[in-house]
Design a protein around this ligand. Structure first.
Ligand code: ADP
Ligand code: TYD
Length: 208
């Protein structure tokens, strides 16, 4: 049985993560690989229920601390029910967002929360991806893309543009801390050229 591989996509809202995650899943499936495409917050039935609490409603519905606990609870369920069993079965797990989103979003929302983020991760999550694609792009373009979707899940996007600029910096900083698994890509590239670059990088990782 082939060894599982855990791939995550990260970046600001509207940067093209979901688009690229889907295209990668399709290319890998077409090449005969067993793939699970999942997302956070969510990715298991319990975590999807928690997702609704997080992404709907007014921006200040939760305190930053409560929000951090909800993201962590959702992730724990996602790992237990979806990620770990799939990796154990030798599948390639592709997650649209994962723990780096908590490090950056909750760290940027309230700087002093970052140590709580790291402690909770050590205590309840632990698992890191094998490969992370950080899709970098200009927040003003990404925000327009994101809001144009009208998904009803815009609680986070509604924090505004300056917040997105801080997030962008946060993701670039994060790459420095986790440079063995994180690759930064230019999200303003055409969808197909970006997806073929990503596919080649994943092939290389699978061949290692
Ligand atoms: P995210 O998951 O990061 O929020 P999406 O993949 O949902 O972003 O993309 C947001 C919007 O931008 C979608 O309407 C999508 O079709 C479009 N989009 C994604 N990637 C690109 C790209 N490289 N160039 C132009 N538009 C894109
Ligand atoms: P998502 O649906 O992926 O948003 P988008 O498709 O717009 O990128 O995620 C919902 C929001 O949740 C998004 O604004 C990022 C935020 N988020 C956090 O703040 N912390 C986290 O740990 C995760 C996973 C997401």
């Amino acid at each position: 049985m082939s060894k599982g591989l855990f791939i995550t996509f990260e970046g600001i809202d509207g940067s093209g993560k979901s688009t690229q995650a889907k295209l990668l899943a399709k290319s890998l499936e077409d090449s005969g690989r067993n793939v699970i495409l999942t997302r956070e917050p969510g990715g298991s039935s319990g975590a999807e229920l928690i997702r609704k609490l997080l992404v709907e409603g007014p921006p200040n519905r939760w305190s930053a601390e409560t929000e951090l606990l909800l993201f962590t609870a959702a992730r724990r369920d996602h790992i237990e029910k979806t990620i770990n069993p799939s990796l154990a079965a030798g599948k390639i797990v592709i997650s649209d967002r994962y723990a780096d989103s908590t490090r950056v979003y909750q760290g940027v929302t309230r700087g002093e929360l970052r140590s709580s983020v790291d402690k909770l991760h050590e205590l309840m999550i632990v698992k890191e991806p094998d490969l992370t694609f950080i899709i970098d792009m200009d927040p003003s373009v990404a925000l327009k893309r994101g809001l144009s979707r009208n998904s009803g899940e815009d609680r986070f996007e509604e924090f505004g543009l300056s917040f997105q600029y801080k997030l962008r910096e946060g993701f670039i900083e994060l790459q420095k801390d986790f440079n063995s698994r994180c690759i930064v890509l230019d999200g303003s590239e055409k969808i197909n050229s970006l997806s073929s670059k990503i596919y080649k990088l994943v092939q290389k990782k699978l061949d290692d």
